[in-house]
Design a protein around this ligand. Structure first.
Ligand SMILES: NC(=O)c1ccc[n+]([C@@H]2O[C@H](COP(=O)([O-])OP(=O)(O)OC[C@H]3O[C@@H](n4cnc5c(N)ncnc54)[C@H](OP(=O)(O)O)[C@@H]3O)[C@@H](O)[C@H]2O)c1
Length: 242
């Protein structure tokens, strides 16, 4: 889909990959809806983006998601593209995963994108089509100690995405998934960490890790998937050792 003049919702647009994606899409002529909790940041970003909308949205609150989509329809009358990007990490041995924190990232990384999809799908059906891009993670293709809680939310979003893709093909709604790897954003800082890690926790050697991708590089891949309608888009060819 050509993004020019299209109405695009980007969740988690106040920082990192979401912000880079919002800027790239706006630069290509899209009307970008910036959704996140940090409304002051969103307003500032929006002030430099023609025909954009800053909408305070806590994605863990279904009423916020519904209100955000309602505001988009009030302003633009349609939604062409949804980029489900808002998310946070979790770092903990399975043995010590805090159930309350796990439920929180399940809400944010999995349930919220599903609710956002449910809000836009009927609109897209009426419009005759649309595009939905869910941001997963390279970790959803691996089994890496201490990130199972996080990775499991992304394994699940892969299943949601690729199943919805089949279900919605007849309605010309193209659903895709993008797998970023290590990306230079505030993600690590915002990752929820267990108080107790267990005795086996060993630091991964820095030279084991590849250089982080820029969020702008990931944004280019997100644009590519919107334009091509490809099912799965990997950002980086690097696969870490297990
Ligand atoms: N960076 C990486 O290495 C990496 C790798 C693979 C996948 N990813 C995925 O990429 C996506 C974006 O992450 P990032 O790297 O850009 O991290 P980031 O810089 O921390 O940005 C996260 C974004 O999500 C928003 N967010 C967090 N909680 C929210 C909530 N409750 N409601 C609404 N928005 C919320 C934040 O905005 P507010 O705080 O203003 O709400 C922020 O805009 C995530 O889904 C992440 O899992 C990242």
């Amino acid at each position: 889909m050509d993004v020019k003049n299209k109405v695009v919702i980007v969740t988690g647009a106040s920082s990192g990959i979401g912000l880079a994606t919002a800027k790239l899409l706006s630069g290509k002529g899209a009307k970008v809806v910036l959704a996140a909790r940090s409304v002051e940041k969103l307003r500032k970003i929006s002030s430099n983006m023609p025909d954009s909308l800053a909408q305070k949205t806590d994605m863990t609150k279904p009423t916020d998601i519904k209100r955000m989509v309602k505001k988009v329809v009030e302003k633009y009358g349609r939604v062409d593209i949804l980029v489900n990007n808002a998310g946070r990490g979790m770092f903990s041995a399975v043995e010590y995963i805090d159930p309350a924190k796990y439920r929180y990232i399940l809400e944010l990384n999995l349930v919220a994108p599903v609710i956002a999809m449910q809000e836009v799908i009927p609109l897209m059906k009426r419009q005759g089509g649309g595009a939905i891009v869910n941001i997963s993670s390279g970790t959803s293709k691996m089994y890496i100690p201490y990130i199972a809680g996080y990775a499991s939310t992304k394994y699940a979003i892969n299943a949601i995405t690729l199943t919805a893709r089949q279900e919605l093909e007849k309605d010309k709604i193209v659903v895709s998934v993008v797998y970023p790897y290590i990306t230079a954003t505030s993600f690590a800082k915002n990752t929820i960490r267990a108080k107790v890690m267990g005795t086996q926790h060993s630091q991964r050697r820095n030279d084991d890790l590849p250089e982080a991708d820029s969020p702008e590089k990931v944004a280019v891949k997100i644009l590519e998937v919107i334009e091509t309608g490809k099912d799965e888009q990997y950002v980086h060819e690097w696969i870490p050792r297990k």
